[in-house]
Design a protein around this ligand. Structure first.
Ligand code: PXG
Length: 460
């Protein structure tokens, strides 16, 4: 049990010092300084407490990462034991260590058999940085150095560092210095907003065919890979139509373009499968991983490679001039190992698939299926999005949908639940250890927040 935290300082004191020293993520810092951030001081299971003693049910697993919830003593014990044993060593200059080896043995026992190698990083952004160089190196080794261009998707998210933000499709990030050459984008498969009169299946195929058109426009001989999240996370928790992934896979195979799945959010049980590409039924060449790998307890990510790619790099590549000081960090590796063992041995991924996932979605359909503000409920496993809509018949969205969603999120905080808002969509991704009772509470408090928003929008 994590002991209650007695703040030694006033909340305002923390906030003043925070304002004096920090540039926070994706926010108008001046406005945040005036408002003062919430100061989170303690976590236990699915619950968080702030410095005022208010308790929240965390419906977002931190930032989609605390698969096991907060306060797991097996993870802290694993970190402490590894720190005592060997707090740091690296994978440079002909060395390795047991923690990272044992982690990889377990990781590859959980992955489909056609993956064999991994390059560890500290984050998801870094995994995608490493991806670009690794993919380009792979094509060099195969004698096709001109295959350099990566294709991503508008509204995709692959991280905040330079190349990762370029791979992503957030235009406002590109405009703030976040673009590199040799990156192109195609549309996202967001049927509800962009599908027009097409059926979801038609629209899914149409979006996938854009990849073929883009490859032909750029020249297949110049295209190295296509990167996408199996479902879009930060961009709104958007599920593609079923027709999408099979067609994307066909196109990548046909034009010899590597299929790179960003599993940073989808990996480690979120969908009820170990990895989201298994849920959607396709076979990527690379997987970018992070977040749930350690349940967020320590920073760690990685780029997983197929046997085909690894074989080329290892057997034919010679030196790959690439390495990170903290790649495979022993303490992070020990925590990741304990985390994956718990997810496996406690049957948590199976429980999400067979029990809590279906339970959450049944509940959401009961509560929001006919709700005047909600046009669509998407998701699977412990992952859900509620789409706000002004007119269900035409799928017309509110002009101020972003403000409405932000307001809904604020109502959620007031009610003691943390849900994520994006453009007109509310997202839930609770820890995978959530019980049915906790999911009841999550949905109930979310309903109150959504009802309050609906009243504001004149829908209730
Ligand atoms: N890929 C994907 C698919 C992600 O979602 C990253 C890469 C980058 O990972 P790092 O570890 O560098 O942050 C992410 C991160 C949100 C939110 O509110 C999502 C992320 C990060 C922060 C907030 O949806 N995803």
């Amino acid at each position: 049990m994590n002991l209650p935290f007695e703040p030694q300082r006033q909340t305002q004191d923390y906030q003043a010092s925070d304002a004096a020293h920090h540039i926070h993520a994706f926010v108008d810092q001046k406005a945040l300084n005036a408002e003062g951030p919430r100061v989170m001081v303690r976590g236990e299971g699915l619950y968080l407490w702030d410095s005022e003693g208010k308790r929240y049910l965390d419906g977002m697993s931190g930032l989609w990462c605390t698969q096991l919830g907060y306060g797991r003593k097996d993870l802290t014990a694993a970190a402490a034991a590894q720190m005592d044993q060997l707090a740091y060593y690296n994978m440079f200059f002909h060395t390795t260590h047991p923690a990272v080896i044992e982690l990889s043995e377990l990781l590859f026992s959980l992955l489909p058999g056609h993956y064999s190698h991994v390059i560890y990083t500290n984050s998801g952004s870094e995994a995608n940085e490493v991806l670009i160089r690794t993919v380009r190196r792979y094509w060099q080794v195969l004698g096709k150095p001109e295959k350099k261009i990566m294709i991503g998707r508008w509204n995709g998210y692959h991280g905040s560092t330079l190349a990762a933000s370029a791979l992503g499709g957030m235009k406002f990030m590109h405009e703030m210095g976040g673009l590199i050459p040799d990156v192109a984008h195609i549309d996202e498969p967001y049927w509800y907003a962009q599908g027009g009169d097409l059926t979801p299946a038609e629209f899914g195929r149409r979006c996938a065919l854009q990849l073929e058109e883009k490859i032909l426009e750029l020249g297949a001989q110049n295209v190295a890979g296509f990167i996408a999240e199996p479902f879009q996370g930060a961009g709104g928790m958007i599920f593609p139509p079923e027709s999408y992934w099979p067609e994307i896979q066909r196109i990548c195979r046909q034009y010899d373009v590597l299929l790179c799945a960003d599993e940073v959010i989808g990996g480690f049980g979120r969908t009820g499968e170990w990895f989201a590409h298994q849920y959607f039924g396709f076979e990527p060449d690379t997987l970018s991983i992070a977040k749930g790998l350690t349940s967020g307890y320590l920073p760690m990510g990685g780029l997983v490679l197929s046997k085909r790619m690894a074989e080329a790099l290892v057997e034919r590549g010679g030196v790959f001039a690439h390495g990170l000081t903290y790649s495979g960090h022993p303490v992070a590796a020990a925590v990741a190992l304990a985390n994956l063992k718990a997810l496996r041995d406690e049957g948590i991924v199976r429980q999400v698939k067979d029990d809590t996932g279906p339970y959450l979605h049944k509940l959401l359909h009961e509560v929001f299926g006919n709700h005047p503000l909600i046009g669509e409920i998407q998701g699977t496993g412990l992952l859900a999005a509620l789409q706000f809509v002004e007119d269900k018949g035409t799928r017309k969205r509110f002009a101020n949908e972003n403000d409405l969603a932000w307001q809904c999120r604020t109502f959620g905080f007031e009610e003691g639940v943390i849900i994520r808002s994006t453009l007109g969509r509310m997202i839930m991704a609770p820890a995978l250890v959530a019980s049915r009772a906790e999911l009841d509470e999550l949905v109930d408090k979310t309903r109150i927040a959504v009802d309050r928003t609906a009243r504001m929008a004149g829908k209730l």
